[in-house]
Design a binder for this molecule. Structure first.
Ligand SMILES: C[S@@+](CC[C@H](N)C(=O)[O-])C[C@H]1O[C@@H](n2cnc3c(N)ncnc32)[C@H](O)[C@@H]1O
Length: 269
Protein backbone atom coordinates (compact mmCIF):
# COMPACT_ATOMS: atom_id res chain seq x y z
CA UNK A 1 0.00 0.00 0.00
CA UNK A 2 3.00 2.24 0.33
CA UNK A 3 4.40 2.40 -3.20
CA UNK A 4 3.74 5.45 -5.32
CA UNK A 5 1.19 5.90 -8.09
CA UNK A 6 -0.99 8.69 -9.45
CA UNK A 7 -2.60 10.26 -7.50
CA UNK A 8 0.37 10.13 -5.20
CA UNK A 9 1.08 11.94 -2.00
CA UNK A 10 2.40 10.45 1.17
CA UNK A 11 3.02 7.02 2.50
CA UNK A 12 -0.39 5.60 1.65
CA UNK A 13 -0.54 6.15 -2.12
CA UNK A 14 -2.46 3.67 -4.25
CA UNK A 15 -0.27 0.63 -4.98
CA UNK A 16 1.22 0.82 -8.50
CA UNK A 17 1.61 -2.94 -8.74
CA UNK A 18 -2.17 -3.41 -8.58
CA UNK A 19 -3.38 -3.31 -12.19
CA UNK A 20 -7.12 -3.61 -11.40
CA UNK A 21 -8.16 -1.94 -8.12
CA UNK A 22 -5.77 0.99 -8.54
CA UNK A 23 -6.95 2.02 -12.05
CA UNK A 24 -10.56 1.93 -10.80
CA UNK A 25 -9.63 3.88 -7.66
CA UNK A 26 -7.99 6.54 -9.81
CA UNK A 27 -11.31 7.10 -11.62
CA UNK A 28 -13.08 7.24 -8.25
CA UNK A 29 -10.65 9.81 -6.83
CA UNK A 30 -10.98 11.96 -9.95
CA UNK A 31 -14.71 12.36 -9.11
CA UNK A 32 -14.39 12.75 -5.36
CA UNK A 33 -14.37 16.08 -3.54
CA UNK A 34 -11.75 15.18 -0.94
CA UNK A 35 -10.61 17.55 1.78
CA UNK A 36 -9.05 17.41 5.26
CA UNK A 37 -11.54 16.93 8.08
CA UNK A 38 -14.17 14.93 6.15
CA UNK A 39 -15.92 11.86 7.56
CA UNK A 40 -15.95 9.04 4.97
CA UNK A 41 -17.56 5.61 4.77
CA UNK A 42 -15.65 3.35 2.35
CA UNK A 43 -17.84 0.37 1.41
CA UNK A 44 -16.53 -2.97 0.07
CA UNK A 45 -13.17 -1.73 1.30
CA UNK A 46 -11.33 -5.04 0.86
CA UNK A 47 -7.84 -4.63 2.22
CA UNK A 48 -8.00 -0.86 1.96
CA UNK A 49 -8.11 0.56 -1.57
CA UNK A 50 -8.69 3.49 -1.37
CA UNK A 51 -9.41 3.66 2.41
CA UNK A 52 -5.76 4.17 3.40
CA UNK A 53 -5.28 6.90 0.82
CA UNK A 54 -8.51 8.63 1.94
CA UNK A 55 -7.51 8.45 5.59
CA UNK A 56 -4.18 10.08 4.89
CA UNK A 57 -5.92 12.85 2.95
CA UNK A 58 -8.65 13.64 5.52
CA UNK A 59 -6.07 13.65 8.30
CA UNK A 60 -6.65 13.43 12.06
CA UNK A 61 -9.47 15.99 12.02
CA UNK A 62 -11.50 13.64 9.80
CA UNK A 63 -12.27 9.92 9.92
CA UNK A 64 -12.61 6.98 7.56
CA UNK A 65 -14.62 3.83 8.28
CA UNK A 66 -13.93 0.94 5.91
CA UNK A 67 -16.50 -1.85 5.85
CA UNK A 68 -16.38 -5.23 4.15
CA UNK A 69 -18.44 -8.40 4.47
CA UNK A 70 -15.35 -10.60 4.53
CA UNK A 71 -13.63 -11.15 7.89
CA UNK A 72 -10.47 -12.12 6.01
CA UNK A 73 -10.36 -8.81 4.13
CA UNK A 74 -10.92 -6.82 7.33
CA UNK A 75 -8.15 -8.80 9.05
CA UNK A 76 -5.78 -8.07 6.12
CA UNK A 77 -6.64 -4.37 6.23
CA UNK A 78 -5.93 -4.21 9.96
CA UNK A 79 -2.64 -6.06 9.47
CA UNK A 80 -1.57 -3.54 6.82
CA UNK A 81 -2.66 -0.66 9.07
CA UNK A 82 -0.59 -1.85 12.06
CA UNK A 83 -2.04 0.86 14.28
CA UNK A 84 -1.15 3.67 11.88
CA UNK A 85 -3.74 6.37 10.96
CA UNK A 86 -5.81 5.93 14.17
CA UNK A 87 -8.74 7.86 12.66
CA UNK A 88 -9.19 4.97 10.18
CA UNK A 89 -11.07 1.90 11.35
CA UNK A 90 -12.22 -1.27 9.65
CA UNK A 91 -15.42 -3.14 10.45
CA UNK A 92 -16.95 -6.36 9.17
CA UNK A 93 -20.41 -5.34 7.91
CA UNK A 94 -22.76 -6.11 5.01
CA UNK A 95 -23.11 -2.83 3.07
CA UNK A 96 -26.60 -3.91 1.91
CA UNK A 97 -27.97 -4.04 5.44
CA UNK A 98 -26.41 -1.33 7.60
CA UNK A 99 -28.01 -1.09 11.05
CA UNK A 100 -30.22 1.97 11.60
CA UNK A 101 -27.89 2.95 14.46
CA UNK A 102 -24.95 3.18 12.05
CA UNK A 103 -23.78 6.82 11.76
CA UNK A 104 -24.02 9.18 8.77
CA UNK A 105 -21.00 10.38 6.80
CA UNK A 106 -20.06 13.36 4.62
CA UNK A 107 -18.79 11.07 1.86
CA UNK A 108 -19.52 7.48 0.85
CA UNK A 109 -16.97 5.83 -1.42
CA UNK A 110 -16.72 2.28 -2.74
CA UNK A 111 -14.17 1.06 -5.25
CA UNK A 112 -15.32 -1.95 -7.28
CA UNK A 113 -18.44 -2.09 -5.13
CA UNK A 114 -21.66 -1.64 -7.13
CA UNK A 115 -21.79 -5.18 -8.53
CA UNK A 116 -21.90 -6.55 -4.96
CA UNK A 117 -25.05 -4.59 -4.10
CA UNK A 118 -26.98 -7.37 -5.83
CA UNK A 119 -29.60 -8.71 -6.01
CA UNK A 120 -31.63 -5.58 -5.10
CA UNK A 121 -29.14 -2.92 -6.12
CA UNK A 122 -31.49 0.06 -6.06
CA UNK A 123 -32.78 -0.80 -2.58
CA UNK A 124 -29.22 -1.35 -1.36
CA UNK A 125 -28.21 2.02 -2.80
CA UNK A 126 -31.18 3.68 -1.06
CA UNK A 127 -30.09 2.11 2.23
CA UNK A 128 -26.57 3.47 1.78
CA UNK A 129 -27.75 6.97 0.95
CA UNK A 130 -29.62 7.01 4.28
CA UNK A 131 -26.15 7.07 5.86
CA UNK A 132 -25.01 10.04 3.77
CA UNK A 133 -25.36 13.46 5.38
CA UNK A 134 -27.39 16.11 3.52
CA UNK A 135 -24.92 17.96 1.28
CA UNK A 136 -22.68 14.87 1.14
CA UNK A 137 -21.28 13.07 -1.92
CA UNK A 138 -21.32 9.40 -2.91
CA UNK A 139 -18.77 8.03 -5.42
CA UNK A 140 -18.79 4.35 -6.35
CA UNK A 141 -16.98 2.47 -9.12
CA UNK A 142 -17.63 -0.80 -10.92
CA UNK A 143 -16.87 -2.55 -14.23
CA UNK A 144 -19.98 -1.60 -16.18
CA UNK A 145 -21.90 -3.37 -18.94
CA UNK A 146 -19.59 -3.61 -21.94
CA UNK A 147 -16.69 -4.89 -19.85
CA UNK A 148 -14.84 -7.64 -21.75
CA UNK A 149 -17.51 -7.76 -24.46
CA UNK A 150 -15.00 -9.12 -26.98
CA UNK A 151 -14.38 -12.06 -24.65
CA UNK A 152 -18.09 -12.80 -24.11
CA UNK A 153 -18.68 -12.63 -27.87
CA UNK A 154 -15.86 -15.07 -28.58
CA UNK A 155 -17.11 -17.50 -25.90
CA UNK A 156 -20.64 -17.23 -27.30
CA UNK A 157 -19.34 -17.92 -30.80
CA UNK A 158 -17.55 -21.05 -29.61
CA UNK A 159 -20.63 -22.22 -27.70
CA UNK A 160 -22.67 -21.68 -30.86
CA UNK A 161 -20.21 -23.77 -32.89
CA UNK A 162 -20.75 -26.58 -30.41
CA UNK A 163 -24.57 -26.16 -30.63
CA UNK A 164 -24.85 -25.27 -26.93
CA UNK A 165 -28.21 -23.49 -26.57
CA UNK A 166 -28.69 -23.58 -22.80
CA UNK A 167 -25.09 -22.58 -22.15
CA UNK A 168 -25.49 -19.60 -24.49
CA UNK A 169 -28.64 -18.49 -22.65
CA UNK A 170 -26.87 -18.74 -19.31
CA UNK A 171 -23.93 -16.74 -20.64
CA UNK A 172 -26.25 -14.02 -21.95
CA UNK A 173 -27.92 -13.86 -18.53
CA UNK A 174 -24.55 -13.51 -16.75
CA UNK A 175 -23.53 -10.69 -19.08
CA UNK A 176 -26.87 -8.88 -18.79
CA UNK A 177 -26.74 -9.01 -14.99
CA UNK A 178 -23.87 -6.50 -15.03
CA UNK A 179 -25.26 -2.98 -14.38
CA UNK A 180 -24.87 -0.35 -17.07
CA UNK A 181 -23.75 3.23 -16.53
CA UNK A 182 -27.26 4.40 -17.50
CA UNK A 183 -28.93 2.08 -15.01
CA UNK A 184 -26.66 3.31 -12.22
CA UNK A 185 -27.44 6.93 -13.11
CA UNK A 186 -31.15 6.05 -12.92
CA UNK A 187 -30.79 4.89 -9.32
CA UNK A 188 -29.33 8.23 -8.23
CA UNK A 189 -32.02 10.11 -10.17
CA UNK A 190 -34.75 8.11 -8.43
CA UNK A 191 -33.11 8.99 -5.11
CA UNK A 192 -33.31 12.71 -6.02
CA UNK A 193 -29.55 13.12 -5.87
CA UNK A 194 -28.06 16.27 -7.36
CA UNK A 195 -25.08 16.99 -9.63
CA UNK A 196 -25.09 13.38 -10.82
CA UNK A 197 -22.06 12.46 -12.90
CA UNK A 198 -21.39 9.08 -14.45
CA UNK A 199 -18.15 8.52 -16.34
CA UNK A 200 -16.74 5.48 -18.09
CA UNK A 201 -13.04 5.10 -18.78
CA UNK A 202 -11.74 2.10 -20.73
CA UNK A 203 -8.97 -0.01 -19.24
CA UNK A 204 -7.05 -2.45 -21.42
CA UNK A 205 -6.19 -5.68 -19.64
CA UNK A 206 -3.13 -7.52 -20.94
CA UNK A 207 -3.40 -11.28 -20.93
CA UNK A 208 -1.38 -14.04 -22.53
CA UNK A 209 -3.08 -16.83 -24.47
CA UNK A 210 -3.79 -20.45 -23.55
CA UNK A 211 -3.25 -21.31 -19.88
CA UNK A 212 -1.99 -17.79 -19.15
CA UNK A 213 -5.38 -16.47 -20.28
CA UNK A 214 -7.37 -19.16 -18.45
CA UNK A 215 -5.39 -18.72 -15.22
CA UNK A 216 -5.10 -14.92 -15.42
CA UNK A 217 -5.67 -13.84 -11.79
CA UNK A 218 -8.12 -11.11 -12.72
CA UNK A 219 -10.10 -13.04 -15.34
CA UNK A 220 -10.16 -16.31 -13.41
CA UNK A 221 -11.27 -14.61 -10.21
CA UNK A 222 -14.83 -13.90 -11.35
CA UNK A 223 -15.19 -13.13 -15.04
CA UNK A 224 -14.12 -16.50 -16.46
CA UNK A 225 -15.83 -18.27 -13.57
CA UNK A 226 -19.10 -16.84 -14.90
CA UNK A 227 -18.39 -18.56 -18.23
CA UNK A 228 -17.43 -21.91 -16.66
CA UNK A 229 -20.61 -21.82 -14.55
CA UNK A 230 -22.69 -21.92 -17.75
CA UNK A 231 -21.68 -25.55 -18.35
CA UNK A 232 -22.88 -28.68 -16.62
CA UNK A 233 -20.22 -30.80 -18.35
CA UNK A 234 -16.79 -29.79 -17.02
CA UNK A 235 -15.01 -31.55 -19.90
CA UNK A 236 -17.02 -29.61 -22.46
CA UNK A 237 -16.32 -26.38 -20.59
CA UNK A 238 -12.58 -27.08 -20.76
CA UNK A 239 -12.79 -27.86 -24.49
CA UNK A 240 -14.72 -24.67 -25.33
CA UNK A 241 -12.66 -22.42 -23.09
CA UNK A 242 -9.36 -23.85 -24.31
CA UNK A 243 -10.34 -23.07 -27.91
CA UNK A 244 -11.31 -19.55 -26.88
CA UNK A 245 -8.04 -19.07 -25.02
CA UNK A 246 -6.03 -19.98 -28.14
CA UNK A 247 -7.71 -17.21 -30.13
CA UNK A 248 -6.59 -14.18 -28.16
CA UNK A 249 -6.23 -12.14 -31.32
CA UNK A 250 -9.99 -12.02 -31.86
CA UNK A 251 -10.53 -10.73 -28.29
CA UNK A 252 -7.82 -8.08 -28.28
CA UNK A 253 -7.97 -5.39 -26.99
CA UNK A 254 -9.60 -6.84 -23.90
CA UNK A 255 -11.33 -3.78 -22.46
CA UNK A 256 -12.97 -3.20 -19.10
CA UNK A 257 -15.18 -0.16 -18.59
CA UNK A 258 -14.25 1.66 -15.40
CA UNK A 259 -17.53 3.31 -14.43
CA UNK A 260 -17.63 5.91 -11.65
CA UNK A 261 -20.97 7.04 -10.33
CA UNK A 262 -21.14 10.28 -8.35
CA UNK A 263 -23.99 12.26 -6.82
CA UNK A 264 -24.71 14.76 -4.05
CA UNK A 265 -27.47 14.47 -1.48
CA UNK A 266 -29.64 17.59 -1.40
CA UNK A 267 -29.10 19.80 1.62
CA UNK A 268 -32.88 20.07 2.04
CA UNK A 269 -34.96 17.01 1.13
C1 LIG B 1 -13.39 -6.31 -5.82
S1 LIG B 1 -13.21 -6.16 -4.09
C2 LIG B 1 -12.81 -4.44 -3.93
C3 LIG B 1 -12.00 -4.18 -2.69
C4 LIG B 1 -11.35 -2.78 -2.63
N1 LIG B 1 -12.32 -1.72 -2.56
C5 LIG B 1 -10.42 -2.60 -3.80
O1 LIG B 1 -10.66 -1.70 -4.60
O2 LIG B 1 -9.47 -3.36 -3.90
C6 LIG B 1 -14.88 -6.22 -3.55
C7 LIG B 1 -15.04 -6.35 -2.05
O3 LIG B 1 -16.43 -6.30 -1.74
C8 LIG B 1 -16.64 -7.10 -0.62
N2 LIG B 1 -18.07 -7.37 -0.54
C9 LIG B 1 -18.82 -8.19 -1.34
N3 LIG B 1 -20.11 -8.16 -0.95
C10 LIG B 1 -20.17 -7.30 0.10
C11 LIG B 1 -21.23 -6.84 0.94
N4 LIG B 1 -22.50 -7.27 0.75
N5 LIG B 1 -20.97 -5.96 1.92
C12 LIG B 1 -19.69 -5.51 2.11
N6 LIG B 1 -18.64 -5.92 1.36
C13 LIG B 1 -18.88 -6.80 0.37
C14 LIG B 1 -15.76 -8.31 -0.87
O4 LIG B 1 -15.51 -9.02 0.33
C15 LIG B 1 -14.52 -7.65 -1.47
O5 LIG B 1 -13.56 -7.38 -0.47
Amino acid sequence: MSSSSAPSSGRWSLPVEDDWSTPFAEVLLAQLDLRPGLTILDIACGHGIPAFYLAEQVGPTGSVTGIDASRGQIASARTIQRGDLPWLRFECLDMRALPASFPTFQRITGNLSVMFLRPYRFEAMRGLIEHLEPGGQVVLTFPSLGTFDSMWQRIDQEMSRHGLTIERERLAAHVAERPSAAEARGWLERLNMERIAVVERPLEVASGSGQRFLQHPLLRGGFLDDAYECFEDAGLADEVMTRVSMDLESMTPLLAQRCALSGWKPVKE
